[in-house]
Ligand binder design. Structure first.
Ligand SMILES: [Cu+2]
Length: 284
């Protein structure tokens, strides 16, 4: 079980929320943990999370261990008398000030390093503008003339209506499917410019280690670079309480090998900008 918790499995745990088909989901205790994701960055974030987790476990074991031992071994029924030698002891106060400072500084270093890396948008190879709205997402591939809306899939939308009587377990990826998937290449540094057109939303794809607020009037930036061998479909959600239908604006990303992505992009360009209206070369 514990081994599962740290398995290097490439699939996405999705926090046990069933964000992926059962065949790809983590099993056992791993479902309770944060996902390791499919990017180097998400794994670094996971590593940081585990470091902090074990540090907290260590501190908890020591603190509660000493506490439990003291309560048991020095109980009143055994005639224990309170020891006052450590009351207002300068030495003790210095120690319990210094030790937490050391722990905080020691954890601040990896935390700051990781945070800075998540903000390093240099050398990105593809930029997509993500605009949240009530209730969906708009994706625009900058400088390519391709943009589209992505909204909750029709079968999910119909089933969620009050009194629909639909068997939601029969709907694949209920509330986690959209009509138009975002398509990105693997092994490419993809920059997302995240904004919103009405209220605050948040673009969250756990497998990419990306959760960025989409704020009207602001453009936030994030990036991800999916492992070359991790092509697949990844799911996320709006992570900001944005109103009535907050729970109904999922995110679905298809990660394709580079050549397939370029083929998709070309087809999309032709579809959205027919040759008559643009200088795009005709499809072979
Ligand atoms: Cu939202």
């Amino acid at each position: 079980m514990m081994r599962n918790l740290f398995s290097r499995s490439a699939t996405v745990a999705a926090l046990g929320l069933g964000l992926l088909p059962a065949a790809h989901a983590e099993s056992g205790w791993a479902q309770l943990n944060m996902t390791q994701g499919v990017t180097a960055m998400s794994r670094q974030i996971y590593g940081l999370h585990m470091l902090m987790f074990w540090l907290c476990v260590g501190i908890a074991v020591v603190v509660f261990g000493v506490m439990a031992y003291s309560i048991f071994a020095f109980r009143r029924s055994r005639g224990a008398v309170a020891d006052t030698t450590l009351v207002h002891s300068t030495t003790v106060e210095i120690i319990w000030t210094i030790v937490p400072i050391i722990i905080l500084v020691a954890t601040a270093v990896p935390a700051a390093t990781t945070l800075i890396k998540t903000e390093d948008l240099r050398n990105s190879q593809l930029t997509i503008r993500v605009t949240g709205f009530q209730w969906g997402w708009n994706y625009e591939y900058l400088n390519s003339g391709v943009s589209f809306f992505s909204k909750l899939a029709r079968d999910s939308d119909a089933a969620r209506q009050l009194g629909s009587g639909a068997d939601v377990t029969a709907i694949p990826h209920y509330l986690l499917e959209v009509d138009h998937h975002l398509v990105v290449p693997v092994d490419t540094k993809v920059r997302v410019l995240v904004t919103a057109s009405d209220v605050i939303h948040s673009w969250w794809v756990p497998a990419f280690g990306v959760k960025k607020d989409a704020i009207p009037g602001f453009v936030n930036e994030a990036w991800f670079n999916i492992d070359a061998d991790k092509a697949g479909t990844y799911r996320g959600n709006c992570a900001e309480l944005c109103g009535r239908d907050h729970g109904f604006m999922p995110i679905v990303v298809d990660a394709l090998p580079k050549d397939q992505f370029l083929t998709w992009l070309k087809a999309k360009q032709l579809e959205q900008n027919p040759p008559a209206a643009s200088s795009a070369p005709a499809a072979k």
